[in-house]
Design a protein around this ligand. Structure first.
Ligand code: NCD
Length: 504
C-alpha cells in the first residue's frame, strides 16, 4: 500500500497500516533529531500560510498545545476554541454547522475533540478539509496512540515486535487504551496484560478485536504481576467525566491497590507511560515515582510534539489546498439504516384499531414503552391523531397516527426509547413502505443525539454490521425480520467507510 497522508482524515488508528505507523515513527524521530541537533529552524517555512483550527469541546492541555507547537514550528498558524463557553455551541449550534464554519474560515486542517463517540467521523464527513481526531468520547485518540508507539519505538530502538505492554487505571471509559492497543495489534507477538477493577476493566468488544488480530490478552490479579512480565506499563486516569453517578471517593477506593507507587515499580525494569494528566486526588501515579528511572511519561509527552509536527508536515506540506466552496456533501441528510420489510398489504386490526387510510403505524414497540414513546412524540399537541394500542397476546404495542411520514428526529426519539420499531407508511389505504429503523446501540454515539441530525449509517465489516461513526458492532435483533430480509439489508451496505460524495 502506498504511504500517503496528503489531506487525509485521521479518525481511527485502525485506518493505519503497520507500514504507515512505522513511517510516522521514523518521521517523528526525524523531528526529534532536528530538535536535539539545534536544527528546528530548518522547517520553519514548511507550512507557511497554513492554518490549523482547533475545536476542543472538552478540556485538553497536551493534545491542543502540541498540535499548536507543531504548527508554529513549521511556520503555520492556529486559531480555534478551547472549551465551548464563548462559542455558539452555547446557543445550541450543531457540530455540523460549527465544523462548516471552521472550513469557511479559511482553515487548512481541523483538530477536534468532542465528548460523543463517532463525532469525529461525522466532523470529517461534514468538512471539506482534513480532520484530525483529538479524542472522541471513549472511542478513539489516534494521534495519542501514534505518539505512544513513537515513544516505545524510540525507547526500544525501533523494535515493536514481541512487545509486552501492561495496561492499568481505567481501560473501560478512556480512549487511549483502545487506540494504543489497536495500534499495537499491527505488530507480531504482542502481549497485553492488565490488572484493574471489573468496573474499569477491558471492554469486551475491544478484547475480541485484539484477540482476532492475534494479540494475546491476559488479565492478572495484581499490578506487580503485570509489572513483572512487561516492558512498558501504560497507566491511565479514571475518566470520571464519563461515569455519571460515580464519585471521586468511590474511584479512590477502587484504585487503592492499582495505583502505581514505589512498591509497584521497585525491582522491575518496566517503564511507566501515561497519556497524562494524572488526577491529583486519585494520584494514580504516586509523585515519588516521577523521580525514578521507571518514569517515561514526560518524555512521552514531548514525543507528542514530534509526532504531531511530523503528521502535520506529511498532511499539509505540499502545494495546493482545498478551499471551502459552500457545498455540503450529498449524503449528509440521508442514512442507510432503514431495513426494508416485505409488504403484505394492510392488515385489519380488528377491534383494537380502525383501518388506516393515510398515515403511519409505529409497530412492534418494546412492551412497557408505549406511554414514553407517545409522550415524546406528543402527536396530538402537534395537530395529529394518536391512537395507542396493545394486543395483549402478542405483547405488541403500537401507535397509529395520521401523520404521513415521520421526521428523522421522531424516528430517533422512538428508537432511543424502543429499539428497532417497525414503521408502516400507509397511503390511499395501501401499505406504501415498511421498514425497521436501526439506530446504533452505543448510548454515547453521536448518531443518537437527536438535535445533531446525524443520519444513522452502517457498514458491513466482513458480515458484522458496524456503525459508520463509532464503529461499534450492531446486532440486528428484531424478532419479526426474516433471514432473507436481514441478508438483503446487510448485502446493501457498503463494506467499508466510504468517503461522502459531493453534488455535481
Ligand atoms: C487523554 C485524553 O484526553 O484522552 N489525554 C491526552 O490527550 N493526553 C487522557 C485523559 O484525559 O485521561
Amino acid at each position: 500500500m502506498a504511504i500517503g497522508f496528503h489531506d487525509r482524515d485521521i479518525i481511527s488508528i485502525t485506518d493505519f497500516s503497520r507500514e504507515e505507523i512505522l513511517h510516522l515513527c521514523a518521521a517523528g524521530q526525524h523531528m526529534a533529531e532536528l530538535e536535539k541537533t539545534g536544527k528546528r529552524n530548518s522547517l520553519r517555512d514548511a507550512l507557511k500560510h497554513r492554518t490549523l483550527s482547533y475545536m476542543f469541546y472538552e478540556p485538553s492541555t497536551r493534545t491542543r498545545t502540541s498540535f499548536n507547537t507543531g504548527m508554529r514550528e513549521l511556520g503555520g498558524r492556529y486559531d480555534g476554541f478551547s472549551g465551548t463557553e464563548g462559542t455558539s455551541v452555547m446557543k445550541s449550534e450543531t457540530v455540523r454547522d460549527t465544523v462548516t464554519m471552521m472550513c469557511a474560515n479559511h482553515n487548512d486542517v481541523i483538530v477536534m475533540r468532542h465528548p460523543m463517540d463517532g463525532s469525529l467521523q461525522w466532523a470529517a464527513d461534514v468538512a471539506n478539509i482534513p480532520v484530525i481526531n483529538g479524542g472522541d468520547g471513549k472511542n478513539e485518540h489516534p494521534t495519542q496512540a501514534l505518539l505512544d508507539v513513537l515513544t516505545i519505538y524510540a525507547l526500544k530502538a525501533g523494535k515493536l515486535d514481541g512487545l509486552r505492554v501492561g495496561f492499568g487505571g481505567d481501560l473501560s471509559h478512556g480512549r487511549t487504551v483502545r487506540s494504543l492497543s489497536l495500534a499495537l495489534s499491527h505488530f507480531d507477538n504482542v502481549t497485553i496484560r492488565w490488572a484493574a477493577e471489573d468496573f474499569l476493566g477491558m471492554p469486551e468488544d475491544l478484547a475480541q478485536l485484539l484477540a482476532a488480530s492475534g494479540v494475546q490478552v491476559e488479565r492478572d490479579r495484581t499490578v506487580r504481576d503485570v509489572m513483572r512480565q512487561v516492558d512498558f506499563y501504560y497507566m491511565t486516569r479514571p475518566q470520571l467525566e464519563r461515569m455519571p453517578g460515580v464519585t471521586q471517593k468511590d474511584i479512590v477506593s477502587m484504585m487503592t491497590q492499582y495505583r502505581i507507587d514505589m512498591e509497584k515499580v521497585e525491582g522491575f525494569s518496566a517503564r511507566v507511560l501515561h497519556p497524562l494528566p494524572v488526577n491529583s486526588e486519585i494520584a494514580e501515579i504516586d509523585y515519588r515515582v516521577y523521580f525514578t528511572p521507571a518514569q517515561a511519561f514526560f518524555a512521552q509527552a514531548e514525543y507528542g510534539i514530534f509526532l504531531r509536527k511530523a503528521l502535520l508536515h506529511e498532511m499539509l506540506g505540499h502545494d495546493g489546498y482545498r478551499r471551502y466552496d459552500g457545498r455540503l456533501p450529498a449524503e449528509l441528510g440521508t442514512g442507510n439504516n432503514r431495513l426494508r420489510r416485505k409488504i403484505h398489504g394492510v392488515k385489519q386490526s380488528g377491534m383494537y384499531i380502525d383501518k388506516i387510510h393515510d398515515g403511519t403505524v409505529i409497530d412492534h414497540l418494546v412492551p412497557g414503552t408505549l406511554r414514553a414513546v407517545s409522550d415524546v412524540l406528543d402527536l396530538e399537541n402537534r395537530g395529529y391523531s394518536c391512537t395507542t394500542a396493545v394486543i395483549a397476546e402478542k405483547a405488541n404495542p403500537f401507535i397509529k397516527t395520521n401523520m404521513r411520514e415521520l421526521p428523522e428526529r421522531d424516528l430517533k426519539r422512538i428508537s432511543i426509547l424502543s429499539p428497532e420499531p417497525t414503521i408502516d407508511y400507509v397511503k390511499d389505504g395501501h401499505m406504501a413502505e415498511k421498514f425497521v429503523y436501526l439506530l446504533c446501540a452505543n448510548a454515547n454515539c453521536i448518531s443518537r443525539t437527536v438535535n445533531e441530525d446525524v443520519p444513522p449509517r452502517f457498514y458491513s465489516d466482513s458480515g458484522t454490521v458496524r456503525c459508520r461513526y463509532c464503529r461499534r458492532p450492531y446486532a440486528i435483533s428484531h424478532r419479526k425480520i426474516t433471514e432473507e430480509e436481514k441478508k438483503a439489508y446487510v448485502a446493501s451496505l457498503p463494506t467499508r467507510i466510504e468517503p461522502v460524495g459531493y453534488p455535481d
